[in-house]
Write a protein that binds this ligand. Structure first.
Ligand SMILES: [Zn+2]
Length: 310
């Protein structure tokens, strides 16, 4: 269709929970449980990005809003991807499962191990139903359809009856083509809906899902900006640092700034001071360098006899 616009109102970003877990793992020993949490978050995020790649090929007027968290009737629910078209709102739950699974009534199992997993169909139904309630409460009149998308090309689900709202990997292209054949002209009320959804989105705090960690137990130093796993080594007279693991070379100031950002992500209640960052970065021998960097990039707040940056 000519002149159609796919507008991504809220792009997907790496989940905060994943960013923090990676930072903790790089500086601390983590349990197998945390390790698994990271792997599963990474896999889920990869799947969602694959889905996004397909969605941008839509050619009808539509709005896309990713990663929404709402609370309706005192219940939290998450929407991986929401698509507003003129005829209806589509809600997508995206799963990046791989291999053979079996559907058995309301339960879903991994074929090889027999291990039961949380049935994503129930999760989808719950989200759709809560989202309909939300619209009703807001006196908004739109029809809503939910879809469970399995994105991994090597996924198979035994016993899945055709009437379920599932889109299998081999069906996604046809589903999108079908959407493209609809006429969709967005008007003010669609944009209004998008604004309302953004305003109702809850900025989730990931801290409750993290393992316990403390400043003292963490290894200090500047983590690599490329691999995120190695620490940066410093040679005094050079203006750059190099990663002990992948040899990535990076300008000192960029590296310190990233490390400050990580410091405040991990310890939102700790104040940013020259001494704190000096201790945190460990390999920067000149406090003067750090103070100068803080002065240019942050706001200096005086507080009694001491001061900090924010
Ligand atoms: Zn590296």
């Amino acid at each position: 269709m000519k002149g159609s616009v796919v507008l991504i109102i809220k792009p997907r970003t790496i989940p905060d929970e994943l960013i923090l877990l990676r930072l903790i793992r790089a500086r601390n020993k983590v349990s197998e449980k945390t390790e698994n949490q990271i792997v599963s978050l990474e896999k889920g995020y990869d799947g969602e990005k694959m889905f996004d790649q397909r969605m941008i090929n839509l050619s009808l007027d539509c709005l896309i809003i990713n990663d929404l968290l709402f609370e309706t009737s005192n219940t939290h629910y998450q929407i991986d991807s929401l698509l507003i078209t003129q005829p209806k709102i589509h809600i997508f739950e995206v799963k990046n499962y791989e291999g053979d699974y079996v559907l058995d009534g309301d339960s879903m199992r991994i074929l090889s191990s027999g291990k039961e997993i949380k049935n994503p169909l129930l999760q989808l139904n719950r989200s759709v139903s809560l989202f309909r309630q939300f619209l009703q409460q807001q006196r908004l009149n739109f029809s809503v359809e939910g879809h469970l998308v399995f994105i991994h090309p090597e996924f198979y689900l035994y016993n899945a009856p055709p009437e379920l709202p599932i889109i299998f990997p081999t069906q996604l292209d046809r589903f999108l083509k079908q959407l493209n054949t609809q006429s969709s002209k967005l008007i003010g009320k669609h944009q209004g809906l998008a604004n309302k959804l953004l305003a109702s989105h809850i900025k989730d705090s990931p801290y409750s899902l993290l393992p316990e960690y403390s400043y003292d137990e963490m290894e200090k130093g500047i983590l690599c900006g490329r691999c995120g796993e190695g620490f940066m080594l410093s040679v005094d007279h050079l203006h750059y640092l190099t990663c002990e693991k992948c040899n990535f070379a990076e300008n000192k100031e960029t590296a310190i700034l990233r490390s400050i950002e990580e410091f405040s992500l991990l310890f939102p209640n700790k104040r940013i001071t020259t001494n704190a960052i000096y201790d945190w970065c460990k390999v920067i021998n000149s406090k003067k360098t750090i103070r100068k960097l803080l002065q240019t990039n942050f706001k200096h707040v005086r507080f009694g006899n001491s001061s900090y940056f924010e």
